[in-house]
Design a protein around this ligand. Structure first.
Ligand SMILES: Cc1ncc(COP(=O)(O)O)c(C=O)c1O
Length: 409
């Protein structure tokens, strides 16, 4: 009955449309259809671009870049903007006027050991930061005393090593493995809740640890869930390293506002989850406000949607476990929390190690093994520079490089 009445009203609509359109030439109707189709495609791509711009740059960013574009279109607008841009550049470079010029070429005569004096002279321009530069360097004391001096001594001992050559420097992978294991051990790796498979490696800093964790998650979610247009969800308070990761590894970044208490807003993050979401991010604490995100709630969300959760412990990794031991009421933040799949933790912050040392940890090898990495150096072309000597006219390479260096390497 319902189908019949639907059919009846469709026939009626069809008849009345045919009657009213019969007064137009067929060619006009074709042209009108094409024009409508073009108008709809232009509108949909414009709306798509506006939406893309808003989700990438945010409201203020999109409005300002639109305003700049509009000003450029006005008569004299481009000239005005160029003048303003020049003013800013002049202001930025004015500080160098009248100052000694920086070297741009190798000096004719080398400085020899005097280079140290020269560097000490230039170093005087730096601020006396020792122990008082939170957010940049974390080591206390002075370069010539105590822990600071010890770290410098150890650093000097290994300044000329290359971890890509464990056959030459087996000490390096040993140290790396020890630092990774020790760090993991106070982030829950020895507890049953972690699954007992926590693994990781050292990187050059918090940013690189975050980059590695994001890339590994992307590769893992592609291999395990077939996600090829990955998206990650962060709170607005997350570190800018996630913007870098999104750009480097072609991941769409979705930013959720923080709640009134400045912690990540779990509900807002939940609203951004879709079939392409590979991961959520929590900071403990975050870079701008120093507050700890609700990690257990985010973990429950990650488990519910079968996605990963990275915890940024770059700043807190060497503080929270000890603060907890001292009895501070700190909610769980590490591999004890079931949904946490990776952690970044900086040795060069409150680990009081030298710049740049950080650790990235994964809950298990399943996650880590899918990393698309360039392979062990044995799999590629090893740097046997002397091999050049077997090619015509390449003998000098061997003379210069191999004979000069200790060719046992
Ligand atoms: C919470 C947090 N995450 C990541 C980073 C980035 O670390 P890095 O400066 O070592 O790259 C920082 C740096 O201060 C940080 O505080």
């Amino acid at each position: 009955m319902a189908t019949e009445s639907l059919n009846f009203s469709f026939q009626g609509l069809r008849r009345s449309l045919n009657v009213s359109l019969s007064q137009y030439e067929p060619v006009l109707l074709v042209l009108a259809s094409v024009a409508t189709w073009i108008a709809l495609s232009v509108t949909s791509s414009t709306l798509g671009a506006v939406y893309g711009s808003f989700s990438e740059k945010g409201f203020i960013g999109s409005i300002s870049s639109l305003a700049v574009k509009l000003i450029r279109l006005l008569p004299g607008g481009a000239k005005y903007l160029n003048k303003e841009q020049k003013k800013v550049m002049d202001k930025l470079t004015s500080g160098t006027k009248g100052k000694e010029l920086w070297a741009t070429e190798l000096p004719k005569q080398g400085l020899g050991p005097q280079v140290i004096e020269r560097m000490l002279e230039i170093k005087k321009q730096d601020k006396p930061w020792e122990g008082r530069c939170s957010g940049a360097v974390y080591i206390g004391g002075t370069e010539t005393e105590g822990h600071f001096r010890l770290v410098n001594e150890a650093y000097c001992m290994f300044a000329h090593t290359n971890p890509l050559h464990p056959d030459v420097w087996p000490s390096i992978p040993r140290f790396e493995s020890e630092v990774v294991n020790m760090t993991a051990s106070f982030l829950g790796s020895k507890l049953q809740a972690s699954g007992g498979m926590v693994c990781g490696n050292m990187t050059s800093g918090g940013t690189e640890s975050i980059l590695m964790a994001v890339k590994t998650t992307r590769d893992y979610m592609k291999a395990s869930r077939g996600i090829t247009a990955p998206e990650m969800i962060i709170a607005e308070s997350a570190h800018s390293a996630y913007d870098k990761a999104a750009q480097y590894f072609q991941i769409k970044l979705r930013r959720a506002p923080v709640a009134d208490d400045l912690r990540a807003d779990v509900k807002a993050m939940k609203r951004l989850i879709n079939k392409n979401t590979i991961m959520l991010v929590a900071s403990s604490p975050g870079f701008p406000h120093g507050v700890i995100d609700p990690i257990e709630e985010l973990s429950a969300l990650a488990l519910q949607y079968n996605i990963c959760l990275h915890v940024d412990l770059c700043l807190g990794g060497f503080v929270l476990p000890f603060a907890k031991k001292l009895g501070y009421p700190i909610p769980p933040f590490d591999f004890r929390v079931a949904g946490v799949t990776s952690i970044s933790v900086d040795v060069h912050k409150y680990g009081l190690g030298p710049k740049g040392t950080s650790v990235v940890l994964y809950r298990n090898h399943e996650l880590r093994k899918v990393r698309d990495n360039p392979g062990k150096y044995e799999d590629g072309m090893a740097p046997i520079y002397g091999a050049g000597a077997t090619l015509p006219d390449r003998g000098t390479i061997r003379d210069i490089l191999v004979d000069y260096m200790d060719s046992t390497c």
